[in-house]
Design a protein around this ligand. Structure first.
Ligand SMILES: NC(=O)C1=CN([C@@H]2O[C@H](COP(=O)(O)OP(=O)(O)OC[C@H]3O[C@@H](n4cnc5c(N)ncnc54)[C@H](OP(=O)(O)O)[C@@H]3O)[C@@H](O)[C@H]2O)C=CC1
Ligand SMILES: Nc1nc(O)c(N)c(N[C@@H]2O[C@H](COP(=O)(O)O)[C@@H](O)[C@H]2O)n1
Length: 735
């Protein structure tokens, strides 16, 4: 207990910043094999006659059915709620079913060993509840110290790495992590367990990836790599995680409950073969999602059928992948081997040594880019805030990466929101410029990214910190007269008695009608001139709306850097108020640090978060209100997203709040919803930038849902075209 507290007080968890997927995957692989080994061990204890064979059959049945339940959960089979039920409850129901199954027919005659249990609320040994520590000799206390140190290392590693894996980048978590606090609490539970003489509770729930996985709410969406052989495929996407404390508490109470007489009787009914099957399910599922397995599978795949977006495809030296996997397997082998010996308790030392090995030795054998693609931080910068961020990433890297127009390869973020760039950045939009026939000078200009003026450097170099706080580069734009009829006459007042604010729908699209390479990847489409125009448009509106998808993907500033004199940015009163449309309340404080920073430094207006009130995240609410922003609970939003947003309610609420003009920037889902026939009446004008580039199939398109009876889904009038730089701008009204 004392050692845990020392670790907590000295911020020892800060060392977690060096723990990457490299060692977590080895640890995860090791744990998976321990599960499998445990299952086999249980089976070998069932003798060699009928009980042994029946146990094997039962274990395999649990494995097959449990595994299939997981497969069904991520497939498009059945209705959503049936699928989710099967995924979440399939395995426990299988355990219950097979516990009864072995009593059917001839199987009833086979005597199977069941789970061993003891007396209710009584230690397994015949002793009192408390350890008589006052009877222990002082010498023995000192002898225990080296073992306590080993155990603390084990707990430090096991608990923290489990915690990191459970908060990995694949889970869109919104609530912050508390590593130091956790280790402090672990000290308390270790102390209490020590006094009671029971095994120390550690590592598993709530810090288990299985637990987080079971709390994920998923949706099945079209495969973003849908092309060629993938056409028509769907993938399961994690929408959000139900972050709460109820399941953790229930698990704790159940553990306590299993000490009660009735539950002990129930537990005692479970055949050991079923338990072995359960170990197999856990082992196989853990192996399946493990990075080592995924890399091995990548190497085994037919290259022509591997999606272009697969990050490992970008590694030139295939040998590097083989060597990386070989190193991981050696690390796993050494860890597994030591647990089979008397020195088993020392296994965390090997995993611990892998961390400096990764930090200092691997960069000597692999290039930076190879390591970026083969390895990654385990948790997102948001999760790692309390331990000082991931190694090599500044906390400013909460800013999300940008991809520019590039060649044929899409540049996407790897492993969710972990902040690791695996592809092109704005730098490579230079290539896009070349494709557009621009000279090097123009290319250099285009290289300046849409959202982070002044940022440069390739993905190989650490990026300089973002410049949005101290030095926003003003954007100068002169010729805007042609747009005048499409803009609100006065951004802050409307004498006409209109019920809704003036709504300008404005975005930039490619020639193939897409606004980004894929959801979650910010894509530079506007050139310097049209970008300046957008900032001018921002200065002409009292509010800007973007959807939660855009806010999460882009970490946008949503302020205006427009300058009339080419030197000074327009005043605060001409800044628009950002509105994030997040009907299901999926945003977390870590998603939009730039908005908050700009509001805090007076370079932008405080944001407003629009939710439907179903699930308000109080951290986000407090953060928004903390910078002077507001939270609007507006309208209804059906969970299947069929009806879309109640735009009338949103716009009325904005008007009531004094917002008389608003520009809606995107992203794809918001634009599509707004362009639906029933919502077109809210749009006052449309101003679209068209960039001379094709993004290629699979990006975020802006085509609204078609109503069967019309030829044109959206009919425009008063259309004007204006070439601006290399782009063209279309302004129009909707009929
Ligand atoms: N080129 C350009 O001009 C622009 C490009 N972009 C790009 O677009 C991409 C993001 O687009 P996308 O992923 O479609 O995300 P969106 O920004 O459209 O946000 C979609 C999410 O917002 C919520 N939402 C809010 N309002 C609505 C609505 N009316 N209808 C449906 N959903 C709504 C939904 O949340 P829930 O899932 O909880 O229901 C949905 O998941 C990014 O890559 C961004 O860079 C964005 C703006 C401009
Ligand atoms: N007009 C336009 N052109 C592009 O090429 C774009 N990528 C966007 N994106 C929109 O602008 C927001 C970023 O704004 P900040 O520079 O961070 O203020 C982004 O979130 C999209 O809404 N727009």
């Amino acid at each position: 207990m004392i050692m845990h507290w020392i670790l907590a007080i000295t911020n020892a968890c800060n060392a977690l910043k060096y723990v990457t997927r490299f060692s977590c995957d080895i640890f995860g692989f090791y744990v998976a094999f321990i599960y499998l080994q445990k299952g086999i061990q249980v089976l070998t204890r069932q003798g060699s006659e009928a009980p042994f064979y029946l146990s094997i059959v039962v274990a395999l049945l649990v494995l097959v059915i449990g595994y299939l339940c997981g497969v069904i959960g991520t497939s498009p089979l059945f209705q959503h709620y049936i699928r989710v039920f099967i995924k979440d409850y399939g395995t426990p129901l299988t355990v219950i079913f097979l516990t009864g199954f072995v009593h059917i027919g001839k199987m009833r005659e086979v005597s199977l060993s069941t789970l061993p249990t003891s007396k209710a609320f009584f230690p397994t040994l015949d002793r009192g509840w408390f350890i008589h520590f006052w009877d222990i000799r002082v010498g023995d206390v000192f002898i225990a110290i080296p073992f306590a140190i080993l155990l603390t290392i084990l707990f430090y590693f096991d608990h923290n790495v489990s915690s990191l894996i459970a908060q990995g980048t694949e889970f869109p978590l919104r609530k912050p992590a508390g590593f130091h606090w956790d280790i402090f609490l672990l000290g308390i539970t270790t102390g209490v367990a020590g006094l009671l003489g029971i095994p120390f509770p550690n590592g598993l729930i709530p810090q288990a990836p299985f637990h987080t996985d079971s709390l994920c709410v998923t949706k099945v969406v079209a495969d973003p790599n849908e092309e060629g052989a993938n056409k028509g495929h769907v993938v399961t996407k994690v929408d959000h995680v139900v972050e709460q404390r109820v399941s953790n508490l229930a698990q704790g109470l159940l553990t306590l409950g299993t000490m009660s007489g009735p539950l002990l009787i129930v537990l005692h009914l479970i055949p050991q073969g079923v338990l072995a099957g359960l170990f197999f399910v856990m082992g196989v599922q853990a192996l399946e999602g493990n990075g080592i397995t995924l890399k091995i599978l990548f190497l085994c795949k037919d290259r022509s059928l591997t999606p272009k977006s697969e990050p490992l495809k970008r590694i030139q030296r295939r040998l590097a992948i083989w060597v990386f996997i070989a190193i991981q397997l050696v690390g796993f082998g050494a860890t597994f081997a030591i647990t089979q010996t008397i020195a088993a308790v020392g296994f965390p030392i090997i995993i611990l040594l892998l961390i400096p090995f990764r930090t200092f030795a691997l960069p000597k054998w692999f290039t930076d880019e190879e390591l970026r693609l083969l390895d990654a931080p385990t948790a997102s910068p948001f999760t790692m805030i309390s331990v000082g961020g991931n190694f090599g990433e500044s906390l400013d890297d909460l800013d999300s990466p940008v991809v520019g127009r590039s060649g044929d390869e899409t540049a996407v973020q790897s492993g969710g929101s972990d902040g690791m760039l695996v592809g092109d950045t704005a730098e490579e939009s230079d290539e896009g410029a070349a494709e557009r026939g621009e000279g090097p000078g123009a290319g250099m200009k285009r290289r300046e990214s849409w959202r982070a003026e002044g940022r440069s450097g390739s993905t190989m170099e650490p990026e300089p910190p973002p410049t949005y706080i101290s030095s926003p580069t003003p954007l100068h734009f002169l010729d805007c007269a042609i747009l005048e009829p499409y803009l609100p006459q006065n951004r802050d007042s409307n004498e006409s008695g209109a019920v809704y604010p003036h709504v300008t729908l404005t975005y930039a699209q490619s020639l193939d009608g897409q606004i980004s390479l894929q959801p979650g990847a910010q894509t530079v489409l506007s050139g310097p001139e049209t970008k300046a125009m957008t900032h001018y448009l921002r200065s002409r509106h009292a509010g800007i709306i973007v959807g939660a998808g855009t806010a999460k993907a882009d970490n946008p500033g949503l302020n205006t850097r427009y300058s009339e004199d080419g030197i000074n940015v327009v005043g605060f009163e001409r800044q628009p108020r950002p509105f994030i449309l997040d009907p299901s309340g999926s945003m977390g404080v870590g998603h939009t640090p730039k908005l908050f920073a700009l509001a805090e430094s007076g370079q932008g207006k405080p944001p407003c978060w629009i939710v439907t009130g179903s699930r308000v995240n109080e951290h986000m609410e407090n953060r928004v209100r903390g910078v002077g922003g507001k939270v609007f609970e507006v309208g209804e939003y059906d969970i299947y997203r069929e009806q879309g947003m109640d735009w009338g309610a949103v716009l009325r609420q904005m008007k009531t709040d004094g917002v008389e003009s608003v520009m809606i920037e995107g992203g794809g889902q918001v634009i599509k919803d707004l362009l639906r026939r029933k919502n077109q009446m809210y749009i006052s004008s449309v101003i679209v930038t068209i960039a001379p580039t094709y993004l290629g199939a699979g990006g975020v398109a802006v085509a609204p849902k078609r109503s069967a009876w019309t030829e044109n889904e959206v009919s425009l009038r008063g259309i004007k075209w204006m070439p601006l730089g290399q782009d063209v701008v279309m302004a129009a009204f909707i009929i």
